[in-house]
Write a protein that binds this ligand. Structure first.
Ligand code: PLP
Length: 366
């Protein structure tokens, strides 16, 4: 049996007629940049997240970049974030000329440990970027309390967490700005790159709206310098078709997660911990094995099972961030996790037979 990490062809087959028609209509309209299709998606997602403002942008990465730019964060500033995330979170901080300050994560959720944040704050700190990793939000209340006490901005990197909730509040609606990615492997994925910024702050909204289009005010008059951070109408058309299915797909991922949890109960496999205040969308199902992670990856591969390691090298140890002086031992929890964690296929279309095949293969080894 061959099982990929994600089966986008299977998903497409279930909604092919709707997608093809939406794409064809957009092509007929010949409106490819902004316009009604993008605005419709912004409205739908704003409503889906409980009545917030949403702006389509070119990617999840550009969403973070745009939020930082709109907040005026740059040279000489520090931004606190997690070392255990996709590169873009910290890459954007460095790109605006600021310094990413890495704070270690919790052993259970791998999300930033708020208890360690205050120690990392200096007079240069301007913002905190918690990441809602693998589909589960960071512990937002302590983070928001610290931010408010020290006058810091909060950007929620929700690329992996659209539809997740924390104490009933949707991911991306708790901080100053939330960012989404529509990269094809996210729970809501486009047919290419795309992203969104979410905010309740009218001033930031207006600024981001202008900056996503180079900082334009009235036509060909620029009040600030932004970039081309716009979302394609073709992507918005695909995403608008997919959005109504998102809850169902995420529920199926949760069902698959429960299936694995049952199979791995009473084994040496450490299953994901979802805190009681959280509803996870399981963008990833990440297990931990005490030793032999890489050998297990190989054995599963030989049986046709794809897996992934998120992430093999924490960001404070990346070569490009060498000048920030990060060293082994700075974030011990993230460094341990990088050696022990493994993501299994969790996509909605997995069959019980496939899930059992994967679980059997792992339990044969562990
Ligand atoms: C995917 C991802 C991003 C970047 O999104 P792109 O759309 O690929 O640019 C940022 N942060 C996290 C945590 C991600 O998983």
């Amino acid at each position: 049996m061959t099982i990929p990490m994600l089966d986008l062809k299977a998903q497409y087959q279930t909604i092919k007629a709707e997608i093809d028609s939406a794409v064809a209509k957009t092509i007929e309209s010949q409106i490819f940049i902004n316009g009604p299709v993008v605005e419709k998606l912004e409205e739908s997602i704003g409503k889906y997240l409980g009545g917030v403002k949403a702006l389509g942008v070119s990617s999840g990465t550009d969403a973070i970049l745009l939020a930082l730019m709109a907040m005026g964060i740059g040279e000489g500033d520090e931004v606190i974030t997690t070392p255990y995330t996709f590169f873009a979170t910290a890459g954007c901080i460095a790109r605006v000329g600021a310094r990413p300050v890495f704070v270690d994560v919790h052993t259970d959720t791998y999300n930033i440990n708020a208890d360690l944040i205050e120690k990392a704050i200096t007079p240069k700190t301007k913002a905190i970027i918690p990441v809602h990793l693998f589909g589960q939000t960071a512990a937002m209340d302590p983070i928001l309390a610290i931010a408010s006490k020290h006058g810091l901005r909060v950007i929620e990197d929700g690329a992996q967490a659209i539809g997740a909730t924390y104490k009933g509040r949707p991911a991306c609606t708790m901080g100053d700005v939330g960012t989404l990615s529509f990269f094809p492997s996210k729970n809501l994925g486009g047919f290419g790159d795309g992203g969104m910024v979410i905010t309740k702050d009218d001033t930031l909204y207006a600024k981001m709206k202008s900056m996503r289009n180079h900082g334009q005010g009235s036509q060909y008059h620029y009040d600030m310098v932004g970039g081309n951070f716009r979302l394609d109408a073709l992507q918005a058309a695909v995403l608008s078709v997919k959005l109504p299915y998102l809850e169902l797909w995420s529920a199926k991922r949760r069902r698959n997660a429960s299936f694995y949890n049952n199979r791995f109960a009473n084994s040496k496999v450490k299953t994901p911990v979802i805190r009681k205040e959280n509803l996870s969308i399981f963008n990833q199902y990440v297990i931990e094995v005490e030793d032999g992670r890489d050998a297990l990856v190989q054995k599963l591969k030989e049986k046709g099972i794809a897996t992934a390691v998120y992430y093999p090298l924490p960001l404070h140890l990346q070569k490009c961030f060498e000048s920030f002086g990060g060293k082994v031992g700075d974030c011990p929890v993230a460094e341990e996790a990088a050696k022990k964690t493994l993501a299994l296929p969790i996509y909605p279309e997995l069959t019980e037979e496939q899930l059992n095949y994967i679980a059997d293969a792992i339990l044969a080894d562990k």
